[in-house]
Design a protein around this ligand. Structure first.
Ligand code: GLU
Length: 638
């Protein structure tokens, strides 16, 4: 950003041809030279500075809007948000509409059976907050409940108390203009009348995790055959439509009581008579309260980056990595620090290894455990960590977590708790990130999830007296596997792991809805990603592409990414980096695996040119990223 002119980009609508019924705006595949995207003429671009293989044609249109932009990983989700903006809603209203619509069209990724983090910036008040609807462990959860359990992510004990319905209701009440019933309308329509299956729906909805339990198999892949539907076939979900109508008519509390609550409680026990049923009770549902949280933040080369605090590890880890690489001349291709060049990738890999070592020990739910958030970002501590990075070789032996406690203003009290590592969730078909900016300049950046693809793989529901299954049409999350599944000990203190299971605690997340602010504190970019622990790396890299490499938003998303999620871990690289760079990284001591497809994350973003007031969107072709800007081109309204 620091180096770019304000030419900004907008994504084409990947699945547009398939959804003509919705009459989304026209696709535009007009490629533009890098020079017109804000990269100063004469900048030496490495041959890796191009769209990754398989990502499709360049998708940069530079189209600007003024009445709002919605950027979502699915075209129907984007359409739902755009409709609410057109009906006078603000960014919060539109974001809630998107979240419910995605439950219909990306049911394997997110929905009312799960939770997420909604970052909101309100222009008028200048306030930036998170609505934390992260699932909680039930009161009956125990620290060792996953010990000896095979495939815990498909078991009832993995289900956390879902937060999305109360979280979205709270967001509307505090920051929205419309009622829950109103913003749910597009989702109800999608569930009732159906949508034409997109390529990603076809490939992601019927996978192995959809096959474990009969009702799920019947819905997603009736004959156990993939794919269940052809691209373009109409998919409805009448059970979910009925659930949505109940919530719309009776309010959010209808989800946490009565029939739907019964479906959640029975659903987590349905297939687990002897095999680890969930322990969630009506009381757990009644007691669930979303939290309102303040961002963690740090400056990076003059910009302020704000992101998700505890119970996520996302914000702290991203900010630590940015601060560790800030001392290097990233962006200077002449010194070998251009995009995709060896020095750049090497220091990024080392920052990832150092930060993930800290994450494993020090991050978790700060409502339950001591998280030294100040110490982890303290300039002296970050300098100490960064000074371990040498340009001539990989850090050996593998770095261990540092001790940020001396730098933490919240001093350590004896007996406080710490954590060690959890299993890492890799990229896949799970979770979803979307962004909205409205005509008033309010911005939302929202990551929503049911954790693994299809959560535990069971619909909320129960067997009625007549023997019929009463199916509520939404999947139950498996978020509790984000806890340490093996009880752990903090090596510095000997006390229990920060992210060990405890009753009513939230599992540590990696989700990192984020925003970048200009020196005057005005938001200029909102972005985020799914991808389990790789979320952190995707957000980190897009921030660097924008700030260090001077890219516009769409190319910043399109560039190939890398990921390391443990101090001892190898580096996964998306296709698109040069062989000479890969060879040079190996010489430095890194173990590299180049993926055959580009699937690290799925970043959706909006950005705002403060000088002109123009708004832009960027979305990821790794999934079905779709940008809709308002006003729509004439004749293209529904
Ligand atoms: N449950 C994960 C988290 O909270 C997100 C899963 C994903 O992105 O695939 O970090």
């Amino acid at each position: 950003m620091s180096k770019r002119s304000p030419t900004r980009m907008c994504l084409p609508l990947l699945a547009l041809l398939l959804i003509s019924a919705l009459a989304l705006p026209p696709s535009s595949w007009a490629g533009q030279p890098m020079e017109s995207l804000g990269v100063p003429p004469g900048t030496q671009l490495p041959d890796t500075a191009k769209a990754p293989d398989g990502a499709g044609p360049p998708s940069w249109t530079g189209k600007a809007f003024r009445q709002g932009v919605v950027s979502v990983a699915n075209p129907y989700g984007a359409e739902a948000g755009a409709q609410i903006l057109e009906a006078g809603g603000n960014a919060v209203d539109a974001a809630v509409a998107v979240a419910y619509a995605l439950n219909v069209v990306e049911p394997q990724s997110a929905g009312i059976g799960g939770g997420g983090f909604m970052m909101i910036h309100m222009t008028k008040s200048g306030e930036t907050v998170f609505i934390d609807s992260r699932e909680k462990a039930p009161a009956g959860a125990a620290r060792n409940m996953f010990v000896g359990v095979s495939s815990p992510s498909t078991k009832g004990i993995a289900v956390g108390v879902p937060g999305m319905v109360r979280g979205t209701a709270l967001a509307l009440e505090q920051y929205g203009k419309k009622s829950l019933a109103e913003v749910m309308r597009p989702a109800v329509k999608l569930a009732d009348e159906g949508f034409a299956a997109t390529p990603r729906y076809v490939s992601a909805s019927c996978n192995n995790r959809a096959l474990n339990y009969p009702e799920t198999k019947a819905f997603f892949c009736p004959d156990g055959i993939h794919p269940r539907v052809e691209v373009g076939e109409i998919v409805t979900n009448p059970n979910l439509a009925a659930t949505f109508k109940t919530i719309a008519a009776d309010g959010p509390e209808a989800f946490y009581s009565g029939d739907i609550a019964k479906g959640i409680i029975e659903g987590q026990k349905r297939y687990y008579g002897t095999g680890k049923p969930g322990t969630m009770t009506l009381e757990d549902l009644t007691n669930y309260v979303p939290a309102v949280r303040k961002p963690v933040e740090a400056t990076y080369r003059g910009y302020t980056v704000k992101s998700m605090p505890s119970p996520s590890s996302g914000g702290l880890t991203i900010l630590q990595m940015l601060k560790m690489v800030e001392r290097f001349p990233i962006g200077d291709a002449g010194q070998g620090f251009g995009f995709g060049q060896t020095n750049t990738l090497h220091v990024m890999i080392e920052a990832m290894r150092l930060a993930y070592a800290d994450r494993a020990i020090w991050m978790g739910d700060a409502d339950f455990a001591y998280v030294p958030a100040v110490g982890l970002l303290h300039p002296t501590y970050v300098d100490q960590r960064s000074s371990m990075i040498s340009l001539t070789q990989r850090i050996t032996p593998n770095p261990i977590a540092g001790d940020p406690r001396p730098f933490d203003v919240a001093a350590l009290a004896n007996g406080q708790r710490f954590a060690s590592a959890e299993p890492v969730t890799g990229p896949g078909e799970t979770t979803t990130h979307f962004c909205v900016v409205d005509k008033w300049g309010n911005v939302v950046s929202y990551t929503n999830t049911i954790e693994s693809s299809h959560g535990i793989g069971v619909f909320a529901g129960y067997t009625q007296p007549d023997g019929e299954f009463r199916n509520f049409g939404f999947l139950l999350n498996n978020e509790l596997t984000d806890f340490n599944t093996t009880p752990s000990t903090n090596p510095y203190t000997g006390t229990i792991g920060t992210n060990d299971v405890e009753p009513n605690k939230r599992p540590r997340s990696s989700m990192a809805p984020s925003m970048i602010f200009d020196p005057q504190g005005r938001p200029i970019v909102a972005f985020g990603s799914p991808g389990g622990a790789t979320i952190i790396n995707s957000v980190f890299q897009v921030a660097m592409n924008l700030i260090d490499h001077g890219m516009a938003i769409q190319p910043a998303i399109d560039q190939p990414r890398i990921s390391v999620t443990a101090a001892s871990g190898g580096t996964t690289m998306e296709p698109g980096f040069s062989q000479s760079t890969i060879d040079a990284l190996k010489v430095l001591g890194h173990s590299i695996s180049v993926a055959s497809v580009s699937d690290i994350g799925s970043v959706q973003a909006v950005d705002i040119d403060l000088q002109t007031g123009k708004q832009y969107g960027g979305a990821d072709s790794r999934r079905e990223g779709t940008v809709i800007g308002l006003p729509r081109p004439q004749g293209k309204n529904r």
